[in-house]
Design a binder for this molecule. Structure first.
Ligand code: MIC
Ligand code: SF4
Length: 645
């Protein structure tokens, strides 16, 4: 029986477990990446492990999220990360060099290799045939120390692409179509593998847009084959030597199959407040808009920017619209400057931002009250833009640019003929903003620069014999990590200070939560399905840990967040009968008697007694041998320290 591309790469990296779908496997990690909003914590954790030099083939630390420096905190974190990188063998991409996923694709990604990153959009690397997975910072720290990365051996979904995209219909519309069909939880436990004749019609940046936003499906990752188009891209990046041809076997067996005829697609948009709330631009109609933001790791490649410049050429941004553009990397920005496209954008009235995440993570450019904002980004969760009642639509760069001119939601197909946009034969290569690590001889003398905002990892303790705690919060379905641990310009600078950032935990849902949880001492959170979807931020587990959360009981979890809870030593529980969710109220007192002994004994079916109502509720706590030991030890850091003794 033939293998899928996913299975081939996973098999070649398997170091623990067996390739049985649904079972936990450990894989060797070739490359890691971190960004600054998750990186400080990841490197504090790496330091705590006491490994002198990273053991991966390549580890890169990027500065791209916290680049608005309205106080010393972010700049201190950048300095800290830079010094850790230098000391421990990590490449350092300085602020200004670009968004981690864009730069990694350009300069470091290698087909067939494994990459984990402390950012949920790490699957961007799947655009050149990598198995690239988003993970919590602690998992990345362990991988840098040479440890395996553990995932559930995934199901593989085949997305067969046929046909060719019509003029002005974009890669973004492909992934929006997939989201429309599969929903934000449709990808959990799965890898999405793209195949078929249509693949050959898509360039690497287009493929990367699709794998990037595959994160919104809840998928483990997404992947394209590595073919001639991949080779041409790598050649243009002067990295042809790392190319290998990779594809699934012709007789590979998939768990699910979907076919998308590219020729039949039309411009789409994800409407507020979920990436799977997809409608066609025609259906939405010509509604008036207030803002357009072009950029983010989804749509900030040279190709995207050239299309935008073409649409803006000789025109002026509508008087009622603010247009911002953030090219994804220094390479992209530099090439736009050299070929005149930047000047076209400036002429049209675009507000040019630095090459960074910026508005995507609420770092500036929050829309006006109730403002309608069209963004080429990947997430439109409520409040993420920094404006609670902002109405965010996710669209392609083509829709975004066309609408910026007209001031209303616009179909770019009305622009007439589309010229052919081609990638250059050679990109502008200048890696001067990537600082190399110190040599083995010099590394000992590198001093780590720690600012006063950097506080140690919160205290952990081994799992208690029994848990007897009140419900400090009850929430509904599809809670995102942006609800649990909001980001934005005001809160992000606290990413290296867990006591301080905890004061913002869940405040989008309930302003009193941090105070109440702290007063209760220990408590439990109850939630609905797909709890913790979205980002990889482990702060969404570390802040609850600091606030005394002992267990989270929900209908179902998103993958990375569940792993982060386990890594923080918080018990992840799911209802056996979803209807029991309705029998618990905020404030109820829940008891898990002898939970430690039960978990030690390998029991996965536990009973929660609601002392307030007297009801017994069956719950599941499915742990593998390894995750069981992590929970018993009080989290991954303690477990790793123990196992290194
Ligand atoms: C995001 O897009 O939500 C982020 C900000 O990049 C996060 C990481 C973080 O919260 O620092 C992610 O996607 O993992
Ligand atoms: Fe940055 Fe936005 Fe991409 Fe997250 S999704 S890495 S915030 S650009």
């Amino acid at each position: 029986m033939g293998l899928t591309l996913t299975e081939k790469i996973l098999k070649a990296h398997l170091v623990d477990g067996e390739m049985v779908k649904g079972q936990e496997i450990g894989i060797r990690i070739d490359q890691t990446l971190t960004q600054d909003a998750t990186g400080t914590m990841a490197y504090l954790e790496f330091e705590a492990m006491g490994v002198p030099r990273v053991k991966t083939e390549r580890s890169v630390a990027y500065i791209d999220h916290n680049t608005l420096q309205n106080g010393f905190e972010n700049a201190d974190d950048h300095r800290f990360i830079g010094s850790v990188a230098k000391k421990h063998g990590i490449y350092f991409s300085r602020p200004g060099n670009g968004i981690c996923h864009q730069v990694h694709l350009e300069r470091f990604g290698i087909p067939g290799k494994t990459l984990i990153g402390s950012d949920s959009h790490t699957p961007t690397g799947g655009g050149i045939g990598m198995i690239a997975i988003g993970a919590g910072g602690l998992d990345v720290a362990v991988a840098m120390g040479g440890g395996a990365y553990y995932i559930t051996c995934p199901k593989v979904v085949k997305v067969e692409l046929t046909g060719k995209l019509p003029s002005w219909v974009a890669a973004k519309d492909v992934i929006l179509e997939v989201l429309k069909r599969m929903s934000v939880k449709g990808g959990v436990g799965k890898v999405i593998e793209y195949c078929g004749e249509g693949v050959k019609t898509l360039s690497v940046p287009e493929r990367a847009t699709i794998t990037n936003m595959g994160a919104e499906l809840g998928a483990t990752t997404s992947i394209f084959p590595s073919d001639e188009i991949t080779r041409e891209f790598l050649k243009a990046q002067q990295r042809e030597d790392v190319w290998t041809e990779l594809s699934a076997d012709a007789d590979a067996v998939y768990d699910e199959e979907i076919t998308i005829n590219l020729s039949e697609l039309q411009p789409l948009a994800a409407c507020p407040h979920s990436p799977d709330n997809v409608k066609s631009v025609q259906e939405i109609g010509k509604i008036k808009i207030d803002q357009v933001c072009i950029g983010s790791c989804t749509n900030s490649s040279l190709l995207d920017m050239l299309k935008v410049a073409h649409i803006l050429k000789g025109r002026t941004v509508h008087p009622d619209v603010s247009l911002s553009i953030a090219p994804g990397s220094k390479q992209v920005l530099n090439m736009l400057a050299e070929n005149g496209a930047l000047s076209i954008m400036i002429d049209a009235g675009a507000r040019i931002l630095e090459s960074a995440c910026g508005p995507c993570i609420g770092m500036g450019q929050s829309p006006n009250s109730k403002g309608i904002s069209l963004r080429t980004f990947n997430r439109n969760f409520e409040g993420r833009s920094g404006t609670k009642d902002g109405q965010i639509y996710l669209v392609s760069p083509e829709v975004a640019a066309a609408s910026a001119i007209t001031g209303v939601f616009s179909d770019p197909r009305d622009l007439g003929d589309m010229p052919e946009f081609k990638l250059p034969d050679v990109f502008k290569i200048n890696d001067n903003m990537i600082t190399l690590p110190a040599s083995e001889e010099e590394m000992d003398s590198v001093e780590i620069l720690r600012g006063p905002n950097i506080k140690p990892f919160p205290e952990t303790s081994p799992l208690d014999a029994s848990i007897d705690a009140g419900v400090s919060l009850k929430v509904g379905d599809n809670i995102t990590t942006d609800h649990i641990m909001p980001a934005g310009a005001k809160i992000l600078p606290l990413r290296s200070n867990i006591p301080a950032i905890s004061q913002h935990c869940f405040t989008i849902c309930d302003e009193q939560f941090p105070t109440r949880a702290k007063e209760m001492g220990k408590s439990i959170i109850v939630g609905g399905s797909n709890y913790g979807q979205g980002s990889s931020r482990e702060h969404a587990a570390l802040a609850p840990l600091y606030l005394g959360i002992k267990a989270v009981l929900v209908k179902s979890f998103a993958r990375i967040h569940r792993a982060n809870l386990i890594n923080a030593g918080i018990l992840p529980l799911t209802f056996v009968n979803e209807a029991d969710y309705d029998t618990i109220s905020q404030g109820d007192q829940l008891v898990l008697d002898n939970v430690r002994a039960d978990i030690e004994a390998g029991k996965s079916e536990l009973t929660v007694v609601n002392k307030t109502t007297g009801k017994e509720i069956p719950v599941l706590c499915e742990l593998s041998g390894r995750t069981k030991d992590i929970i018993l030890a009080g989290g991954l850091l303690d477990y790793t320290r123990e196992s290194m003794k």
